[in-house]
Write a protein that binds this ligand. Structure first.
Ligand code: CP
Length: 316
């Protein structure tokens, strides 16, 4: 595997899920696999889970890990081709990414969208520049439009918890938030579920339709209660509007998932990628209750990352 930026980069999703589950049972089986290989983790935005789980995954494979908070510790980056750099930017991405590629065998990069200009964000320019200029395998640690390591971990979590012999009903349910949030997790989850043997329903208030390229095959409704009926999994997530790009269109009153709403489901397991704003996105009673899978998802981030890194090491 040369890059992991979207589900389309995975030739056989089921095989990757099975490999990650195998690594979860045998985390140190390949502890010399990455010996003398270096993983560089580059963050332009905050992270708890992605940062720690990807480091742990690399350590389980015997890799060395370098972490850099590029937004705070690096030179201000220029990304425009042909720029006359007489302003605030100090280093061009052409050199910065190429230099990192000299130091690292695999690079992970996190770069959120700015939510100002949809075309710019959805072009994934920075991610593509890292792919082009670093000349190393690239793992997305969450880009402007997708969060594939999270989605792979979510797929592991569903696989582990699916009722035996059942094609599960999975509901992606929009939740309130206090500020504009990217569409990445929702886009990515919908896209990965599109590759799984599940019935996917997406529910959100009017104006929060995701880009069609991510929601193929899903049923989409603005009626949350109807969506929840008979659900086996409810994935709760906020996202800002795609159509009125980056805007918060409603306070979302009544959209927070509660125990009362869960009564309509098939005792659904509840998922969230974290971090979560308690009693805004999800109620305490659900997060602290027996149906919550949020910690299982976070734990599976390690084995999702380990499976991806192992595939990349194999291809070096
Ligand atoms: N879910 C997730 O990506 O968490 P972090 O932002 O803390 O890495």
């Amino acid at each position: 595997m040369k890059k992991f930026t979207a589900v389309q980069d995975v030739a056989n999703v089921d095989a990757l899920v099975q490999e990650a589950l195998y690594l979860k049972s045998n985390p140190f089986k390949y502890k010399h696999f990455g010996e003398n290989k270096t993983l560089g983790l580059i963050f332009l935005n905050p992270s708890l889970r992605t940062r720690l789980s990807t480091q742990k995954a690399a350590i389980n494979l015997g890799m060395n890990v370098i972490v850099m908070n590029l937004d705070k510790e690096g030179w201000a980056l220029e990304t425009q081709e042909g720029a006359i750099m007489n302003g605030s930017t100090v280093e061009h991405i052409k050199e910065a990414a190429a230099v990192m590629g000299e130091y690292c065998d695999i690079i992970g990069i996190r770069s959120f969208p700015k939510l100002q200009n949809r075309e710019e964000d959805y072009s994934e320019e920075l991610l593509q520049q890292f792919i082009d200029f670093s000349k190393t395998p690239i793992v997305s640690l969450e880009s402007a439009t997708r969060h594939p390591l999270q989605s792979l971990a979510d797929m592991l979590t569903i696989t582990e918890n699916v009722p035996a012999g059942k094609k599960p009903k999975v509901v992606l349910s929009w939740a309130p938030h206090i500020k504009p949030i990217p569409q990445c997790v929702a886009n990515s989850f919908a896209e990965w579920m599109g590759q799984a043997d599940v019935e996917l329903v997406i529910t959100h208030p009017e104006g929060y339709e995701l880009a069609e390229e991510f929601t193929k095959g899903a049923t989409i409704t603005t009626n949350q209660q109807e969506a929840l009926e008979g659900a086996d999994f409810v994935y709760v997530k906020n996202w800002s509007s795609y159509t009125q790009y980056g805007q918060v269109l409603t306070a979302g009153e009544g959209w927070m998932l509660t125990e009362e709403k869960l009564q309509a489901t098939n005792s659904a397991k509840v998922m969230h990628c974290l971090p979560v704003r308690r009693n805004v996105e999800l109620s305490d009673e659900i997060l602290d209750g027996p149906n919550s899978l949020v910690l299982a998802q976070a734990n599976n981030r390690t084995y999702a990352a380990q499976a991806v890194l192992k595939r990349m090491l194999e291809a070096l």
